[in-house]
Design a protein around this ligand. Structure first.
Ligand code: NIG
Ligand code: FE
Length: 401
């Protein structure tokens, strides 16, 4: 075996705390005792990245973002502070529609430039995999541009990108008189074209009173399954339509938000293995008061993931550590659950559980190094960034600091 490098540090919540691992190519080839690794590395002349004073975790995974978009929604933020609700603004043609206008007007490089700023912030906090949704184009060319920007970011930067076609996000005004035609295009020619171009890992729909119905969402899930594509569903953010049950019925990888999840919904998710993606910074931004039922999810053994939902309307947040903090303070997760939520469970939410999200032999060598006293400190600070370095696909992004 060709060992390129070895790393020694502390691994949280495992059997072997003072550990070392060997990296061969992009993958973890061996895990063992740090002392053994040091002498082995010395004898064989293999470079060893000494991170003994640091903790190492799997590289973090942000499994739900909308980080490519045009413009911002700061005016709407002010409107909401003056009493307007998210639904009222959406119904009046603002909300998602205002970002759609700004996104359609933006060029590839404008979209790229603004997304890059947000992506770099995520990466600086140890993120090695990020999911990026389209959904602010809502016409074929603009949706394609968003997905191409997402693909390009993943090709240029040391971060892995998963691309999701959020075709059913909002009804664009040109289809106001014919919603069925819009849904047909999204689920038919648009999805087929984008998938054929290799731009779609999964689909998504915003299943909600102010967005798309269960039937419309089902049409997209059926089309995706016909093409062998995975699915996510924005479910139960503002009301309970039964979207979590629908997502589970179609074997969606995840149902996301879930503030209004019922016990039946949680049971359906558990039976289907659908991951609950919790988005506490969106909940916080909308000043919602009904948190997702974490106890119900825990009791039903539904895996819980935590993500930023980075978007200009409901979660102008590019800090996954902040989302982990709020998953604890607002939703009652333990720090260990929050960390699982941004590592192994987030990997599962993307169908990548055999690749990333765990420090184990055979997994990709995606690691984050932390200058913290104990693992819970990852969730403790607000605006603190204890990340001391990152390895992506077996290569350090820079020096440990
Ligand atoms: O995840 N819920 C739908 N989509 C986004 C919000 C999009 C927006 O307001 O621009 C979300 O919260
Ligand atoms: Fe979202």
């Amino acid at each position: 075996m060709n060992i390129a490098t070895m790393v020694a540090g502390r691994i949280p919540y495992g059997k072997l705390e003072h550990a070392a691992l060997a990296v061969s190519g992009e993958r973890i080839a061996w895990i063992g005792d740090a002392e053994e690794a040091r002498s082995g590395a010395r004898a064989a002349g293999i470079p060893l990245e000494e991170a003994e004073g640091l903790w190492m975790t799997p590289g973090l995974i942000d499994c739900h973002t909308h980080l490519v978009y045009g413009g911002n929604r700061v005016a709407e933020f002010e409107q909401r502070l003056c009493g307007a609700s998210y639904e009222e603004i959406a119904r009046a043609g603002g909300g998602i529609q205002s970002t759609v206008r700004a996104t359609r007007a933006a060029t590839f490089s404008q979209l790229h430039e603004s997304a890059l700023i947000r992506l770099r912030r995520l990466m600086a906090e140890g993120v090695t995999t990020v999911e990026i949704k389209s959904g602010y184009g809502l016409e074929l060319a603009a949706e394609r541009r968003l997905l191409e920007v997402a693909r390009d970011l993943g090709e240029r930067l040391p971060v892995s990108v998963r691309k999701t076609f959020l075709g059913l996000h909002a009804l664009p005004p040109e289809f106001a008189a014919d919603r069925q035609e819009f849904v047909n295009r999204v689920c038919g020619p648009w999805l087929e074209t984008l998938a054929a171009a290799g731009l779609v890992d999964a689909v998504d729909a915003f299943c909600e009173n102010i967005a798309f119905s269960l039937e419309e969402t089902a049409q997209l899930l059926e089309a995706a399954s016909g093409l062998g594509l995975a699915a996510h569903v924005h479910a139960g953010q503002l009301s309970d339509l039964g979207a979590a049950e629908l997502a589970s019925k179609w074997g969606a990888l995840s149902a996301d938000h879930l503030e209004y999840l019922s016990a039946a919904g949680a049971r359906a998710m558990a039976a289907a293995g659908t991951v609950a993606v919790l988005l506490p910074t969106a909940y916080f931004t909308l000043r919602q008061t009904t948190p997702p039922p974490a106890g119900l999810l825990r009791d039903a053994a539904v895996p819980m993931a935590v993500a930023t939902d980075c978007n200009p309307g409901t979660s102008p947040c590019s800090s996954l550590l902040t989302a982990m903090n709020m998953a604890c303070t607002l939703f009652g997760l333990t720090p260990e659950e929050a960390l699982r939520g941004t590592t192994c469970n987030a990997a599962r939410a993307l169908g990548l559980q055999d690749e990333v999200g765990k420090i184990a032999v055979g997994m990709r060598a995606d690691l984050a190094f932390w200058r913290i006293e104990r693992p819970a400190e990852l969730c403790y600070g607000l605006g603190a960034n204890p990340c001391a370095g990152v390895m992506h696909r077996g290569r350090m992004r820079g020096e440990l600091n």
